[in-house]
Design a binder for this molecule. Structure first.
Ligand code: GLY
Ligand code: MN
Ligand code: MN
Length: 440
């Protein structure tokens, strides 16, 4: 039996307990995606599908039918096929699926058009990820049409279609102990990568040479992919929020912003550090850095159960606005500058996002138009930043092109919070000492 067997079983039970009576939920595996002629992007299972099955193969569909006597959990998957397996590697096959994955019943995916309409036909409601994938949407409608045609013979077509996402994503938002362990491991590997890149940095390198240090560390430690495209931005490039060309030379005097995290066993990490290429911050760089650091401290402090989702963001806005006023980069009263959102010229994104199987993870941020309250088991990033555009003529030249972001992954605990991404130099002193020690 698969090692995650019990965990996936529990998730399916929890989801089914929340489904309406006489319903079926359908979840498709992620489609393979062509990169060019005969080459595909590395396959990565759909997070929802993996969350409920632990099954990483393509061409599969999961049907959950609470209360079905012959079995509530039905998997359709590829059959074992010697020739196919010779080219593409081992397939589980429906025969082994019940034992390996703990599903109740499994059939070849090639038989789905004959079998599934009969299962849908007994239900009043169908849950699925409506409107996400045209092909799947039309497949569901094809099955419904088959049932309609047979309606005269006694089968009845479902009369309600519901979005599955909401129920499932509320479950995914609150992490179990097993999930937190994986997220800690992802963060630990990423921390090693960040340290290795920081230690390797010297003026004259290309940004991608630091990216290579990250990717090496991720892979060397069992991560099969970064959780998102790594950002290595030196100098002005640090001001481009989703910079990913990573092909410029790192110059003496630059700050280097690295936003990178590995995915480990389907769980993401998302970490940013900003450090001076030469190992020593200039006074202006340090002044900006200290504000962002203080903003991050204040935001992390605001992460606790019962706090509103926007409390950490508001805490970071306050510190950043006050700091920018002190430096003369914003003029006026902080309260007024916050109200008018003047700080957005320098801090234009929110302080964080949910983190989990997806780097920007699922789960609503608002409930009935109000920011939701944090609960133990939720994981959020805390990533304030200040970015002074290279062409901002309103500020003195010495400030232009400075971009700083500091990002960590924070778990809400019963009593407060726990930072998962620990062990990477973060204060000015820690960074300068670490870089001095790794002079090469
Ligand atoms: N790395 C993307 C983000 O920080 O949200
Ligand atoms: Mn990030
Ligand atoms: Mn992030």
């Amino acid at each position: 039996m698969g090692s995650n067997f019990q965990e996936m079983h529990k998730r399916r039970k929890e989801l089914m307990a929340q489904m309406e009576p006489s319903s079926i939920a359908l979840l498709a595996a992620a489609p393979a995606r062509a990169r060019n002629s005969d080459t595909e992007y590395p396959y990565r299972q759909n997070s929802d599908f993996y969350y409920l099955t632990g099954f990483a193969e393509k061409n599969a569909l999961l049907a959950l039918i609470p209360g079905r006597k012959q079995g509530e959990v039905v998997l359709f998957c590829q059959e074992k096929d010697k020739l196919k397996e010779l080219w593409e590697g081992k397939l589980l096959g429906p025969e082994a699926a019940c034992d390996e994955l703990g599903v109740d019943d499994a059939f070849p995916i090639t038989d789905i058009d004959e079998i599934l309409p009969g299962m849908i036909g007994g239900c009043d409601r169908v849950y699925y990820a409506m409107g996400k994938d045209d092909q799947f949407d039309s497949k569901v409608m094809d099955w419904v049409k088959v049932i309609r045609k047979k309606a005269k013979m006694g089968d009845h077509p479902p009369n309600e279609f519901l979005v599955l996402d909401h129920l499932l994503h509320e479950l995914r938002l609150v992490k179990s102990t097993a999930e937190i362990k994986l997220m800690e491991q992802a963060a630990k590997i990423s921390a090693e990568g960040h340290k290795r890149a920081m230690a390797a940095c010297k003026p004259g390198l290309k940004e991608f040479e630091l990216e290579a240090e990250l990717l090496y560390t991720f892979t060397r430690n069992g991560s099969r992919s970064p959780a998102y495209g790594s950002i290595v931005g030196a100098g002005d490039n640090a001001c481009t929020l989703h910079y990913d060309s990573n092909n410029c030379e790192i110059k003496e005097g630059d700050l280097v912003l690295i936003d990178a995290g590995c995915e480990f066993e389907y769980y993401a990490s998302d970490i940013t550090r900003t450090f001076p290429a030469s190992g020593k911050f200039s006074p202006e760089q340090q002044a900006i850095y200290e504000i962002v650091l203080k903003a991050q401290d204040a935001a992390i402090e605001a992460v606790k159960p019962g706090a509103a989702w926007d409390a950490p963001h508001n805490a970071s806005v306050k510190v950043i606005t006050q700091g920018l006023v002190k430096l003369g980069l914003l003029k006026g009263r902080p309260a007024q500058l916050i109200k008018s959102e003047a700080y957005k010229e320098f801090y234009m994104h929110r302080v964080g996002h949910w983190l989990g199987m997806d780097v920007h993870d699922v789960g609503d941020y608002k409930i009935d138009d109000h920011w939701r309250l944090l609960e133990a088991g939720m994981v959020t990033t805390i990533e304030p930043g200040i970015y002074i555009a290279p062409n901002n003529r309103k500020v003195a030249k010495k400030w232009r092109g400075i971009g700083v972001r500091i990002e960590d992954d924070v778990l809400v605990t019963k009593t407060g919070h726990k930072v998962l991404s620990v062990g990477i130099p973060r204060t000015v002193q820690e960074i300068e000492s670490f870089m001095a020690e790794s002079i090469h």
